[in-house]
Structure formats: structure tokens, C-alpha cells
Design a binder for this molecule. Structure first.
Ligand SMILES: Cc1cc2nc3c(=O)[nH]c(=O)nc-3n(C[C@H](O)[C@H](O)[C@H](O)COP(=O)(O)O)c2cc1C
Length: 152
């Protein structure tokens, strides 16, 4: 039984390291966390656990290649997930201007189309301002789990 599934999109490893740090932190608090480095649609349709997107942005506001097949399948098939909680952590770089953190918006839009329910505000981590994404991600994720699992 998994409590949280993390959908990772990463080119250079920053988002992946962040996802692994989140897993480490949350497992110490008793949650079961699955980090999906190459997610496929079956990974989310097979169960109903809350989803955490942890992706960087590449190209011109695009989803990294390892997450792209999942994103495309999600957009294509729109498996309905009514009310399923999800959160979004996105790494980007504000020097990219209009496409800043665009991958997070793409994932959010696609998940909204499945009727999933976003919990919390998207955490957008700017590489220009933050050297270590975990510094922002770990406090954010503690808030996020307490909103997703309010009784715990
Ligand atoms: C080729 C390239 C394209 C990028 N395009 C964008 C972009 O469009 N928007 C954005 O916010 N960040 C963009 N970035 C910045 C990355 O998202 C950022 O450096 C992130 O921390 C990388 O995380 P990763 O190590 O998980 O790949 C780009 C970086 C590279 C190298």
C-alpha cells in the first residue's frame, strides 16, 4: 500500500534528488512513498493514492523527456480520477521568462482534466534564487501532507 506516489520529471537530476529527499523525509514520518522515475499511466490508474508531481522544466516550458510519455498518455486518455488529491512541485529558472515553470502548469492542466483535486499552491522553485531545491521542497511537502491527510 502506497500513501503517496511521486511523478518525477528531471533532466539533470535536480528534481529527482528532490523527490528522493521527500521520500526519505516522509518515510521517516511513517508514510509509504513511491518515487516513479519513468512513470506510466498504469502507475496511477492501479491505485488511488495522492499524487505529487516533482518535475523540472525543459525546452521552452516543456515536460522533461522521462515524464513526457506519461504526460502524453494522460492528455490522450484522460483516465478520470475524481477528487484524487495531487500537488505540484516544479523546478524552473526565471531567466526563461514566459516559460518559467511551464512544466508544472502542463501537468496541472492535464490532472485537472481528469477531475483530480489540487491540494496546496504549486511550489515553483527558481534555480536563480535557490541553490538546493530541497530547502524549499521539504517544508512545503510537510504542509502538503498535512492538508492531504488532515487527521494524521
Ligand atoms: C535546455 C534547458 C531548457 C530549460 N527551459 C526552461 C524553461 O523553459 N522554463 C524554466 O522555468 N526553466 C527552464 N530550464 C531550467 C531548469 O528547469 C532548471 O535548471 C531545473 O532546476 C533543472 O532541474 P533538473 O536538474 O531536474 O533537470 C531549462 C534548463 C535547460 C538546461
Amino acid at each position: 500500500m502506497t500513501d503517496i506516489r511521486i511523478l518525477v520529471g528531471s533532466v539533470y537530476g535536480g528534481a529527482l534528488m528532490t523527490a528522493r529527499a521527500i521520500k526519505h523525509t516522509l518515510e521517516a514520518e511513517g508514510y509509504a512513498v513511491l518515487v516513479l522515475e519513468n512513470p506510466v499511466l498504469d502507475d496511477i490508474t492501479a491505485d488511488t493514492s495522492p499524487l505529487l508531481v516533482c518535475t523540472s522544466t525543459t525546452g521552452q516550458g516543456e515536460v522533461p523527456a522521462n515524464l513526457l510519455p506519461f504526460y502524453a498518455a494522460l492528455r490522450d486518455q484522460l483516465p478520470q480520477q475524481p477528487g484524487r488529491p495531487f500537488g505540484v512541485i516544479v523546478l524552473g529558472d526565471s531567466s526563461y521568462g514566459d516559460t518559467f515553470c511551464g512544466a508544472g502548469e502542463l501537468m496541472e492542466e492535464a490532472l485537472y482534466e481528469t477531475a483530480a483535486r489540487k491540494v496546496g499552491e504549486t511550489l515553483c522553485i527558481d534555480a536563480l534564487e535557490t541553490l538546493d531545491p530541497e530547502d524549499e521542497a521539504l517544508p512545503w511537502v510537510r504542509e502538503w501532507v498535512s492538508a492531504v491527510f488532515p487527521q494524521e
